[in-house]
Design a binder for this molecule. Structure first.
Ligand code: PLP
Length: 472
């Protein structure tokens, strides 16, 4: 019998297709419309930290160097009040096989697919994750399909996304390039159904447990070298897996006092699903266009329950501007001799003003770098921005207007952060949890789940619910 490939029919089969392609019985963990057993899911459906380390060792993932940015730290101290300016260290994740921390995420999914006998893996992503899955699939002798949103309706592609397509193709993956729109998920579903491949979702417990080793390793390395824990761990934040996995790993290492600080490029005002805005941005990940919606409603993904739940772990969330990240990208190359890509440099841009807030003997860890390539380079991005009508100037960070002006700082002391209102985001998450599930009453257990998931007190959750007219 031939399959009905109409949009509605395929979407109606999505639960069934996904179940076959991932092999996780989410029903086992779902307790109600609102609550589910998160830790139970992570434990039962994922892998232990020791097992993940073993898996990653086999494909050369992890154990990346922790570098002290001595010259940048010196500049931080020069621009701080006396006695201030913590040491900045960076975990050089570009040393992973495909050049980013996404190898950690991909390695566990691909290992699992191989173990279960799937013929190949599929990932729907326009990011570094595609290259990571393709690279790991080659190591495990599995087929690989990467589905990417690449072009706007003029068939113009952002240089960084084109770079990421190129990289996936270099690994020999079958790359399916699409224009912006809802067809990404639909196309992925059809291909999963047709090929019987494993869905290497970014948001499964496999992927997130893969990132835990990053948090764990960095705490071990800092302790071994400095005899203390980092005060701040700064994490570039988009879909939330980076924050979640790193924080879980750091906690497993016992670093309970290290603050987890998410950092994103401020792209407020630009709409990620908009054909026009798509090519008005110079950053394709690590920005607020993903960071805010994913933190305030994680279950917007291809899996029933997202294992990436950043609000559970964030102590602070800060933003930087596009111009600041370009400036820091050059500074890292010129001052430290490290030419690295945009996503890691986002948390580095935030780490500089954050380090100024701490005494000299404290430690700030930027938890990743990523590889750079022609399409990721500031020159390619700034040329593209200009061609798309964006003004590029030198000036104060506050002159940046996403999609209109990129202001590159004139000196190091101008680098700054904007603090996001996490309490507001927690409110927004609670509102999403009840409105998206059409709930008018919650039980004490559900209230407890919301408090945990939003890292808020039960009293705070109760007051938000009351404001929404939801009975407890
Ligand atoms: C190199 C790099 N850093 C950080 C991120 C952000 O990770 P997450 O989406 O899990 O927040 C990404 C995701 O695209 C990435 O590729």
């Amino acid at each position: 019998m031939s399959r009905d490939l109409s949009y509605n029919a395929v979407m109606a089969r999505r639960g069934e297709i996904m179940k076959k392609a991932l092999g996780i019985e989410y029903d086992e963990f779902i307790q109600s419309e609102i609550a589910f057993d998160y830790e139970g899911m992570m434990e039962k459906a994922g892998y232990s930290l020791d097992k993940v380390r073993q898996i990653q060792q086999q494909t050369g993932v992890g154990n990346t160097p922790l570098l002290e940015l001595k010259n940048i730290t010196r500049l931080v101290r020069k621009t701080s009040k006396k006695g201030y300016g913590a040491s900045i260290l960076v975990k050089d994740e570009a040393a992973n096989p495909s050049g980013s921390f996404k190898d950690r995420r991909a390695s566990v999914s691909v290992y699992h697919a191989k173990k279960l006998g799937y013929p190949g893996v599929l990932a729907a992503t326009s990011g570094n994750y595609g290259a990571a899955v393709a690279s790991q699939a080659n190591m495990m002798n599995l087929g690989c399909i990467i589905v990417q949103e690449v072009f706007d309706s003029r068939h113009l592609g952002q240089p960084e996304i084109i770079e990421k397509s190129r990289k996936c193709e270099a690994y020999g993956a079958e790359v399916v390039q699409l224009t912006v729109g809802p067809e990404l998920f639909y196309s992925a579903l059809i291909m999963l159904e047709e090929t019987g491949y494993f869905n290497a979702s970014l948001y499964s417990p496999f992927g997130i447990s893969g990132v835990e080793t990053l948090g764990y390793e960095l705490v071990e390395q800092v302790r071994a070298r400095y005899g203390k824990d980092p005060a701040y761990i700064v994490v570039t934040h988009a879909g939330g897996g980076n924050v979640t996995g790193t924080a879980r790993g750091a906690l497993k290492a016992g670093a309970v006092n290290s603050n987890i600080i998410g950092a994103s490029v401020d792209l407020s005002g630009l709409h990620m699903a908009s054909d026009i805005d798509f090519n008005k941005k110079s950053f394709t990940t690590g920005h607020t266009g993903f960071g805010v919606p994913f933190a305030t409603w994680p279950d917007r993904t291809d899996v029933p329950k997202n294992a990436a739940r950043p609000l559970r772990y964030l102590d602070r969330y800060v933003t930087v501007t596009q111009g600041e990240v370009f400036y820091v990208t050059e500074a890292l190359a010129h001052v430290e001799g490290l030419e690295r890509g945009p996503a890691g440099n986002t948390s580095l841009a935030a780490a500089i003003p954050l380090a100024r807030q701490l005494p000299e003997d404290e430690i700030v860890v930027v938890q990743e770098t990523e590889y750079t390539g022609a399409g990721k380079h500031p020159q390619a991005q700034l040329d593209f921005a200009r061609r798309n009508g964006v003004k590029v100037i030198r000036g104060e960070p506050k002159q940046n207007v996403p999609g209109k002006v990129i202001a590159i700082p004139e000196n190091f002391s101008q680098l700054d952060i904007t603090e996001m209102d996490l309490e507001r985001m927690r409110r927004s998450y609670i509102r999403n949890a009840v409105t998206r599930n059409n709930v008018t009453e919650v039980t004490q257990e559900e209230l407890g789940f919301l408090a945990e998931d939003a890292k808020a007190s039960p009293a705070f959750v109760a007051s938000v619910l009351e404001g929404l007219g939801v009975k407890v």
